[in-house]
Ligand binder design. Structure first.
Ligand code: PMV
Length: 310
């Protein structure tokens, strides 16, 4: 039996603009993860997802079944797999901006290749997870699959034919409170709506994307130099840019405002928006407790804290 995991992720800067070639920054979040368990099967391949009450033969799975898609992509890229039982569980909320889909794909790809004793690099896991993302999301930038496969903070630029991926370190630890509106929001819909807005108002949206890119650049410099107040200020600016792009919501704005009022250095929606999670940067553990409590009272559905170590 083989068991593999892949973490969730948050985007600190640059979601949506990253689809249009601007830089963005994401970090893995190991407090939540997807797990794939691969076991021998003597007859045919079975797909099992207890959280979804799913247990079926792969031959009966719909074409877009996410477990089946990930397995088929491994088969297409390497070679046919023998029958196996593939069980997937995940503590990452679905459609909430925490990279659940990419983490599930990465855990399965790692799991089945380890089960076969096929050594694969993080780059390979990321590339295959990207193929799955394309089937589910249409035009992904690739940032989700990259950060969950590399399990490292990344500065990411998506070009037409390749991606620029730089790992970096924080000079001071950064602590984030992550709070869920409880509203599910499919990435594909928000990304599609931004595309329509961009097509209708190219000048305005290109300028918004440019500014997001500059904020991400400045954010990376501030993280690397340990300028924590500036990181917070830039996060709040990024949230306003995302509001202007129409991907925030009253619930997200409310949680962002509550976090800042309770002492966060900055806060923003993270991921595709419209629902899902906000992230708030706090100075220390004491502030994390105060901000978490304020968010709980404001109705956040789940709250947890993650730290990007230096
Ligand atoms: O899948 P989510 O909700 O974590 O968002 C992904 C980030 C986007 O920039 C909105 C889309 C993309 O492919 O980069």
């Amino acid at each position: 039996m083989i068991q593999t995991t892949a973490p969730g992720k948050i985007i600190l800067f640059g979601e949506h603009a990253v689809v249009y070639g601007r830089p963005a920054i994401a970090i893995p979040v190991s407090e939540v993860c997807a797990t794939a368990t691969i076991e021998v099967s003597d007859s045919q391949t079975f797909l099992i997802a207890p959280d979804l009450s799913m247990e079926m033969a792969m031959a009966e799975a719909e074409a877009d079944n996410p477990i089946a898609v990930a397995i088929r992509i491994v088969e297409t890229s390497i070679k046919e797999l023998p029958p196996m039982r593939v069980t997937v569980t995940s503590s990452i909320p679905i459609a909430s901006g925490l990279g659940s889909g990419a983490a599930i794909s990465a855990a399965i790809i790692r799991g089945v290749t380890q089960f076969m004793d096929w050594p694969v690099s993080n780059k390979f896991v990321s590339e295959l997870a990207f193929e799955v993302e394309k089937i589910h999301h249409g035009t992904p930038s690739g940032i989700d699959n990259t950060v969950v496969a590399y399990e490292s903070p990344i500065y990411f630029i998506h070009y037409e034919t390749y991606n620029e991926i730089k790992r970096f370190k924080a000079k001071r630890p950064l602590t984030f409170v992550i709070a869920d509106t409880g509203i599910k929001s499919p990435t594909k819909v928000a990304v599609g709506d931004v595309r329509k807005e961009w097509e209708a108002n190219p000048e305005m949206f290109n300028a918004l994307f440019d500014r997001c890119g500059q904020v991400a650049e400045a954010g990376r410099a501030a993280i690397q130099a340990g300028r924590i107040n500036e990181v917070g200020r830039l996060m709040s600016e990024n949230h306003i840019l995302l509001q202007t792009m129409t991907v925030s919501s009253p619930e997200l704005d409310n949680l962002v405002n509550i976090a800042v009022q309770a002492g966060a250095l900055g806060a923003k929606l993270s991921g595709a928006g419209r629902g899902g999670n906000i992230i708030a940067l706090v100075e220390d553990g004491e502030k994390a407790t105060a901000v978490s409590e304020a968010l709980r009272q404001a109705g956040a559905k789940s709250i947890f804290v993650t730290t990007l170590e230096k």
